[in-house]
Design a protein around this ligand. Structure first.
Ligand code: AMP
Length: 448
């Protein structure tokens, strides 16, 4: 964890509320002014609502106004984040997908250097028909996201990215809380009808049941002749109290995120540990294809380039080895840095071993063997040198090691002074394995 990500116990953050229209330049100007106002109030992070880039009148107009992540809108916000040294949550950016002719409703997180650190694509799309009041089907112009984003470590706490209608699916918030979330975010454009009836109740319920801060930026007022939003951007504390509220007008409201207070609420009433996992499950579905978006990963303090990763799920990574004891010796690790096997959640254990199965099958095929050694050196006294749980996968050949010699070799291979492999050799091996794991389904470009 870098110094910047060491969470401070108390930080001011701001929720932003305004009325977006189809005029992108005007929206950008208004949000820019409000971001500045939030900074002047002392906020270190500002949360923008869904559709902060625009709210269009038709699906065709939405497609036409949409942009890529390198387009002028995200570039302008990246510059703003850097210039003001602020973290920004950009809820509900319309990310263009030329092929599909629809957009991805993307919740993007920028750090204070202006880097994109996460991009969650809204998974639950809003479709409602209350005759005479509101009719809206987001599927007409939006592609549903296919993955949950792991909570993102920030200086203010671990932030779970969600978006608007996701608020009605309490499982999502519970799973993200189980994965470490401290701040649940719901950038929204809630319709007025549903907002009056449900908005505050749902936000407070998510805060209370998960003992998390809830930050919900919002659209307000009339966007066009067809659409009006409820407003009431708010921040709720882990006890369920509303600690910031924008009511109906454009503006910002700030509140303190206090991680000590959050901990106290959780200690006083340890609801999460009272869950009956023996009776029901809280599991996220595994992801079919990875994002491979992170440039680097942490392996117990070692920085692993994504070029060395050849398989990725939401919770697990497979990587080639710096000092293999035999060709093909690979590692499977949880994304979360824990030292011991016992520290993994049920879900991480299951996912880790699913990946071990897949990688073992690939390696045996690749090296034309029918045996493998799967080993965890679970703690220093068992030979562990990198304090981040990892499974060694070693393809075995007939008579490759004298009796038990393989265990001695495994014990000394990264403690003696043998030479580490070159990054380009590791990247070439990972490239070959990626092809074997995914075939042509993976079109992400590596080595860039
Ligand atoms: P252990 O002795 O069980 O802790 O094993 C640590 C493993 O991590 C050894 O197989 C090392 O070769 C491997 N390793 C250490 N650093 C890296 C790295 N930067 N990239 C890939 N593998 C690494």
């Amino acid at each position: 964890m870098t110094a910047e990500l060491e969470p401070t116990k108390k930080s001011l953050v701001a929720v932003l509320q305004f009325t977006a229209t189809a005029d992108k330049a005007r929206n950008l100007q208004q949000c820019g002014d409000l971001i500045l106002a939030a900074k002047q109030l002392g906020a270190k992070m500002v949360f923008l609502p869904e559709g902060f880039d625009y709210v269009s009148e038709t699906s065709e107009q939405s497609m036409q106004l949409s942009e890529s992540l390198t387009g002028p809108t995200i570039t302008a916000y990246r510059n703003m984040a850097k210039e003001h040294s602020l973290w920004l949550s950009l809820g509900g950016f319309h990310l263009k997908d030329e092929k599909e002719k629809r957009t991805h409703n993307s919740h993007i997180l920028l750090n204070s250097s202006g880097d994109i650190v996460a991009n969650y694509r809204k998974t639950h799309l809003f479709a409602v028909n209350i005759p005479g009041k509101v009719t809206l089907d987001e599927n007409a112009f939006c592609i549903p996201g296919s993955a949950i984003s792991l909570p993102v470590p920030t200086p203010f706490g671990k932030i779970a990215l969600m978006c608007c209608y996701d608020l009605r699916f309490s499982e999502l918030a519970s799973i993200l809380t189980r994965q470490g979330a401290e701040i649940l975010t719901y950038p929204s454009a809630f319709t007025s009808t549903t907002g009056v009836a449900h908005w505050e109740i749902l936000l407070r319920a998510r805060a209370i049941e998960n003992q998390c801060y809830v930050v919900a930026a919002a659209q307000c007022g009339s966007h066009n002749s067809k659409r009006t939003s409820f407003g009431h951007a708010m921040i709720v504390d882990p006890w369920g109290a509303v600690i910031a509220n924008c009511l109906e007008e454009s503006g910002v409201a700030v509140a303190e995120i206090d991680l000590e207070k959050l901990l106290q609420v959780r200690l006083n009433m340890p609801v999460q540990s009272h869950r009956r996992h023996d009776l029901y499950r809280l599991n996220a579905a595994p992801v079919a294809l990875p994002d491979f978006t992170a440039e680097t990963h942490n392996f117990g303090g070692h920085i692993i380039s994504r070029n060395e990763i050849f398989y990725e799920t939401r919770l697990t990574l497979a990587l080639v080895n710096l000092k293999p004891i035999v060709p093909g010796h690979s590692l499977v690790i949880p994304k979360r840095c824990v030292q011991k096997f016992v520290d993994l959640t049920e879900e991480e254990v299951a996912d880790l071993f699913h990946v071990v199965q897949k990688v073992e099958a690939m390696l045996e095929q690749r090296y034309q063997v029918n045996s493998s050694m799967l080993t965890i050196q679970d703690g220093v006294d068992a030979g562990q040198t990198v304090k981040h749980l990892h499974v060694h996968l070693v393809p075995r050949r007939p008579n490759d090691f004298a009796k038990d010699e393989v265990y001695r070799e495994l014990d000394r291979h990264d403690k003696d002074n043998r030479k580490a492999r070159l990054p380009e050799d590791m990247a070439a091996e990972a490239r070959e394995y990626r092809k074997l794991m995914y075939g042509d389904a993976l079109h992400w470009t590596f080595d860039c």
